[in-house]
Write a new protein. Structure first.
Ligand SMILES: [Zn+2]
Length: 463
């Protein structure tokens, strides 16, 4: 929190908060944005406290539009990424994942396989746009956050400067099979560890932090294990592991920014924490400075985003509608679109895995029903797409992706309700425009989570 505070352009007076809100806040501004900084209570970490902080924040500040989760993470050294201490990792979605993977949510399958079921949605478009802007700026050498870090040094007292300055301790990455050698409490970290067991890496030409864009693994446990770390890197392609992001609701419009303070191995220590916190906070500030205030004004509040999702869940008929009930029964007039509930993949997916025939049938039903609701959509049936979907599903055993594109012969004047439906898809983080086909027809990628939501709906019919 101290690192984030140091980057406020102005600090504002405190405002009254709800009685049951136990967060500590600092209010202020960065550029033209009003900012509320909240942090986890001292000594607490992990998913549940993060959820509590986020929930209480919204109860006291209902107009919040966007979230940035800024903090520390353990770097996952992968050759192509060349991650170093003090670098910044920003959650960037792939075509499959929303940016953060909650890797410990799921269940162990026989044979040691672990099936992951948790995942956060894509960050909101407005932050993705700002992120691409920064990526482009940084490519041509305009790294404002580096300047912000330098400016910070002048702003701070000598003591605070020490906390956030780049440490003199060497950035050592030990071989994954070399465990930490414990020493007495008074000695320096890794004093007894063998420097010769460090991985040799090419020197960087300068000490400027590098920003890595990619997936982040989040879980409720501290990772102090180079083998687990490397497995996560290999299996999920993550750049960093952390402990809070998965505490946010799936639809919380948020970007995760982590400063790399260790390598999530047994050598993990606190030496680089202050500096890594500062680099992440500096990046967050640079990001806000390129985020358009007028766009932020136009988007919905976080509360609206989350509560209309709850509304959607409430609209799902219960208890147990008959098999013949189709999603058409959902009253979606209030939402201007269709929302089919929230995910509970953990309940559905194991069943799907136990019985592949079952899920195949379910997905067919789902697609049929989708088409019944919106006959203007049809399902991409190219063999390549199907192949990719199947391969992915088989590999990850937890998600399914479907491309839905508008029919090649679109209704004339794509507008009105269709337009609304499209918008609501985005607003609910249910899908996004993948690109534009010929003749200005948008190709939509429907979010995995959305599909889960629909599967859950279908699941209610079973038994
Ligand atoms: Zn060590």
């Amino acid at each position: 929190m101290a690192a984030a505070q140091a980057f406020l352009d102005e600090i504002h007076e405190d405002l009254p908060v709800q009685v049951n809100d136990h967060n500590a806040y600092t209010l202020g501004s960065i550029g033209k944005h009003h900012v509320v900084i909240a942090c986890l209570p001292y000594g607490e970490y992990g998913i549940a406290p993060a959820t509590a902080v986020a929930t209480q924040l919204l109860s006291s500040f209902p107009s919040i539009k966007l979230g940035l989760m800024v903090g520390l993470g353990g770097g996952v050294p992968r050759e192509e990424a060349g991650i170093r201490l003090g670098d910044v990792v920003v959650s960037k979605p792939t075509s499959i994942h929303g940016g953060v993977i909650q890797y410990d949510l799921g269940k162990a399958l026989t044979g040691g396989e672990f099936q992951r079921t948790g995942m956060l949605n894509r960050p909101p478009q407005i932050l993705l746009t700002a992120m691409s802007k920064l990526q482009a700026n940084h490519l041509i050498g305009r790294k404002r956050f580096v300047r912000l870090l330098a400016e910070l040094e002048h702003k701070l007292s000598a003591q605070a400067r020490g906390t956030f300055a780049r440490p003199s301790q060497e950035d050592r990455l030990y071989a994954a099979d070399y465990d930490h050698v414990p020493t007495g409490l008074s000695s320096k970290p890794c004093e007894a560890c063998d420097v010769d067991r460090c991985v040799s890496r090419a020197d960087r030409s300068d000490s400027v932090p590098v920003v890595h864009y990619g997936l982040i693994a989040s879980a409720d446990q501290v990772v102090r294990d180079s083998r687990l770390r490397d497995r996560l890197g290999q299996e999920l392609g993550v750049y960093c592991v952390e402990m809070e992001a998965a505490g946010l609701m799936n639809n919380y419009p948020c970007l995760v920014i982590r400063g790399v303070c260790d390598y999530a191995d047994s050598h993990k220590n606190k030496d680089w924490q202050g500096y890594a916190a500062a680099t992440a906070a500096a990046y967050a500030k640079e990001l806000l400075l390129v985020t358009s205030v007028s766009h932020v004004d136009q988007i919905r509040t976080v509360r609206d985003t989350l509560s209309s999702d709850l509304l959607g869940a409430a609209a799902v008929p219960s208890p147990r509608p008959s098999r013949s009930t189709t999603p058409v029964a959902i009253d979606h007039s209030d939402l201007g679109g269709v929302y089919l509930g929230t995910i509970r993949g953990a309940e559905i997916i194991p069943r799907l895995i136990q019985n592949p025939e079952y899920w195949r049938a379910e997905i067919n039903t789902l697609l049929t029903q989708l088409l019944a609701i919106h006959p203007q959509w049809w399902v991409e049936a190219r063999p390549k797409t199907a192949e990719m979907m199947n391969a992915f599903f088989a590999r990850n055993r937890l998600t399914f992706r479907v491309n839905i594109v508008q029919r090649k012969t679109p209704r004339p004047n794509y507008s009105g309700h269709n337009r609304q439906y499209l918008n609501s898809l985005f607003h609910h983080n249910m899908g996004w425009i993948n690109g534009w086909e010929n003749a200005g027809v948008p190709e939509i990628n429907m979010g995995i989570l959305n599909l889960w939501a629909i599967l859950e709906f279908l699941d209610r019919d079973v038994e």
